[in-house]
Structures are given as C-alpha cells and as structure tokens.
Write a protein that binds this ligand. Structure first.
Ligand code: ASP
Length: 466
C-alpha cells in the first residue's frame, strides 16, 4: 500500500490508508489511546482501540518523537467531536497495524509549540529537533516557494542561473574576507566570496547577458545585530541595461511574489516610491527608511528605492573610499568629474538600494564597463597602478575586450523571507544558522584541525586556544 500524506487524509473518509511520521502527542486513556501523528504535511489524531489487540499493545509503548508507520481506517468523527480549527478536525484514524521505525530519546524541548521560549543555544544545538516544529517547517517551505518563484520568474525572462566559484580571490567589498589556505601552494590563500560581484560582471564580459544565482555570500565581520557570517542573496546581472531596467525587473518580481505567495499582505505603494539619498536622510534620517503608514500592521509592506548616493566618502585617514561598490558607474553627468578626479565628494553613483519596512532589502548599480573609468575609481582610493593591475587586472582586461554596458542587483534573501514570515530575526528562516557569535553549536564549528592537516597546509598556530 502506498503512503498517504496526512494532508490528504480528509478526502479519504471510509478508506484504509498507510501513513507514517512522528508521534507528536500521546494521550493514554487505558482502553483508548490517542496519538497525534505528524508528517511534513500536517497532523492527524489517531486512536488505538482494544479490539485491534496487537496494534493497541504497541501503541501503548509509543513515546513522543518516535517514528512509526501505521495502517488504519479513516473515520469521520461524531458531530460533537469535530474540531473546525484543525485541517483534519473532522476525521480520526483508527489504528489497525503499527510498526515502530525508530525510537527517540526524550526530546530536550517541546516540538509542538512555536519554540520562542526555548534558549537559542539549545535550539541550535538540537536544530534537527527544532526544525520539526511547524513554525520552522512553514518558514523553510515558504522560503523554498519564494526561491522557486524567483527562479521561474527570471528563467521566463531569459535569465540563466549560473554558479560562480566559492574558492576565489580576495575582493574589496568593504568587509573582511574568509580565507582558505592552499595545500598545493603553501603560503597562498583562496578567499571565500563576499558576493559574486566580479564573476557576474565577468559573465557579462562573457556574453551571457542575463544571469542570476541564489548565491552564498561570506563576510568575516565582527558579528553585530542580526548578521550571519554566511547569508544568501538573489544575485542578478544584466547587459545593455539601465537603472530603470534592473529596478523594474526586481520591482515587478517582488509585486508578483507577494501577490501569489502572500495574498494576505498589502504593498503600501505601487510603483515603489523612489527617494534620493538626500531626501531619505533629510526626511527620515535613514538610507533605508521605514515608510509604513501603520507600523502595527504585520501584513503591510512598504518598499522604496533610494538612489543618488555619493560615490565616495572620506576615510578616517583622510583618503577616499567607495560608499557601496567600487565597480559602480557614476551617474552619466558625473562621469567627467570621475575621469578628471575633481569634486570627488560630489560625484553621485548609479547605486539603487531597495528598502522594506526599515530594512535594507537589497542594492545594486549600473557598472563602470570601461577600464579607464574603473581604474580612476581605484586611483581616487589611492591605489598604485601596480596594485590596481595586480588586484583587478582581470577586470580591466575583460573590460578592454568588448564588455557591454551592464548592471545588476542583489536582494538579501534571508531578510526578505524574515519580513514576509513576520519573524524577528534571520536565524528563524535559515535551516542551520550560526549563533550571534558565529558558532555552529550543533557541529561544534569552528573547530581545531589535526596536526597533519596543519603540516600539509604549511601552517603553524601561534597562539593556540586552550
Ligand atoms: N554585490 C553587491 C552586494 O553584495 C550587489 C550588487 O551590486 O549587485 O551588495
């Protein structure tokens, strides 16, 4: 007999079915033993009656979180026992056969509540248990639906999903790189990507024209607030595109996503309002303003674009650095200022950020696709010519070989899902997040490696942790 998912039982009243899952709750009334069974699709109440002797005896031994396989009859509940609030509230499965597939030690916390009271270290140490709760199941399944929607939406518009390397070279994106030592080239290191920025631009040089990726980004920053050392972006780049082309694709995709997957939510303003950085700072004192008219309404989504950011800002040492992305192009009317390296503080970039309910939801820009212009950016930042060629020679060469104008954007996927799911932090929508201080207490990572591994890598630890 094929297994039926619990969500499909309601339509099978009167039939004999086979179901499987976890014991959610057991209520033993002696003669009648009730088991709530849970699978990935839902929950159902089952009952073991004394007339099915063997099944009744085995059911009596079951405990929470044991994994079982059941044959039973789907019965309609008597009128006064119907529970309208539960999807399976009108039925009950009468157990005729039960098989224990695996026993479970007593779980360290309750699975059948939302888990908000449980200490996070404990939740993350036992994440496989924590993921069983219906809140986490919903979060991850909705995350999948959003990702699938994005994939289909972009694929239908001729974007190709292309993977870019995880072992790469250090990039100047503002954060510290995670470093991977090379065994074959002792003393040399790969860097993990802070984003696929350079590769996606090189894909444009490579004639791919429309790229996207659900990309892992890794930044070794001191953990502050709701950050993760690794997070996921919907990353996108397109050739022959202007600011409005990239913004339109993303805006329409977000509107459609909400319409199809979150019909209960309301987008406050369509088209999304566009503010200049100056307006946003003057009016809201934030470059990711919260424009919600009613901040108590959990189903209100206030998207807005912020544009016209300064390209450069002063460093502590009195030099210049980029505010967002060194690969961005200045606004067309400011290109001359960049090329002449004059009025540097007044040069505005083509950067566009998208904010949602006071959070930064993403950002991107039109890029500098001419090598002379990109070189100027690094010159303004005080890089010597040799250093520019050493670090970015591949980009400059690519741009001198017929790279079309291009631009792109990245959306922070974790944050977006967090807001859509009304969760307070991104760890609730990531299957295996790190703790606030960058550890995985379940796997016990980071961890030491063996002496042999260190020797192979040519690495000596100066101050080993005790
Ligand atoms: N690479 C940028 C970021 O990670 C996004 C972009 O400009 O496309 O923020």
């Amino acid at each position: 007999m094929n297994r039926t998912y619990i969500k499909d039982l309601a339509a099978k009243a009167g039939e004999t079915v086979k179901i499987a899952g976890w014991v959610d709750v057991r209520r033993d009334h002696g003669k009648l033993i009730f088991i709530d069974l849970r699978d990935m699709s839902g929950k159902v109440q089952m009952v073991a009656l004394p007339n099915h002797e063997e099944a009744h005896a085995i059911t009596g031994t079951l405990r929470s979180e044991w994994v079982i396989d059941v044959k039973g009859i789907v019965n309609k509940r008597p009128e006064k026992m119907v529970n309208d609030k539960e999807p399976n509230g009108a039925i009950e499965v009468e157990i005729t056969e039960v098989k224990i597939l695996n026993e479970a030690v007593t779980p360290v916390f309750e699975i059948n509540d939302d888990g908000r009271e449980v200490n996070e270290e404990t939740r993350l140490t036992n994440r496989y248990l924590d993921l069983r709760r219906s809140r986490m199941q919903k979060n991850l399944r909705m995350r999948h639906k959003v990702v699938r929607f994005f994939r289909n939406y972009l694929s239908d518009r001729d974007f190709a999903e292309i993977e870019t390397p995880i072992l790469t070279k250090s990039t100047p994106e503002g954060a510290r790189d995670f470093i991977v030592p090379s065994r074959l080239y002792n003393g040399k290191f790969y860097a993990l990507p802070q984003s696929p920025q350079q590769y996606k631009q090189l894909l444009m040089a490579g004639g791919m024209e429309r790229y996207f990726q659900i990309a892992k980004c890794l930044r070794d920053e001191d953990t502050r607030g709701d950050r993760q050392p690794e997070f996921t972006q919907l990353d996108l780049e397109m050739s022959f595109a202007e600011q409005k082309d990239v913004m339109n694709i993303i805006e329409e995709m977000l509107i459609e996503t909400v319409k199809v997957l979150y019909p209960q939510k309301k987008i406050q303003q369509i088209p999304f309002p566009i503010l200049t950085h100056k307006e946003a700072m003057e009016k809201y004192n934030s470059d990711k303003p919260d424009l919600r008219e009613d901040k108590n309404n959990p189903d209100l989504l206030a998207f807005c674009w912020v544009v016209d950011f300064p390209f450069f800002e002063k460093t502590d040492k009195g030099g210049w650095t980029f505010t967002h992305n060194p690969f961005s192009s200045p606004k067309t009317e400011h290109m001359e200022m960049l090329m002449n390296k004059e009025s540097i503080g007044e040069i505005l970039t083509t950067q566009y950020d998208i904010a949602l309910n006071g959070y930064e939801a993403g950002g991107g820009s039109i890029r500098n696709h001419k090598s002379e212009a990109l070189e100027k950016v690094f010159e303004i930042m005080g890089f010597e010519k040799d250093k520019i060629w050493q670090d970015f020679g591949h980009m400059l060469k690519a741009f001198s070989s017929g790279t079309p104008p291009h631009g792109g954007i990245a959306l922070g996927l974790d944050r977006l899902i967090m807001i859509l799911q009304n969760e307070p932090n991104i760890r609730e929508v990531i299957a295996f997040p790190k703790t606030g201080d960058a550890r995985d207490p379940m796997m016990d990572s980071p961890s030491e490696i063996s002496k042999e591994q260190l020797v192979e890598l040519g690495i000596q630890i100066k101050n080993p942790l005790k």
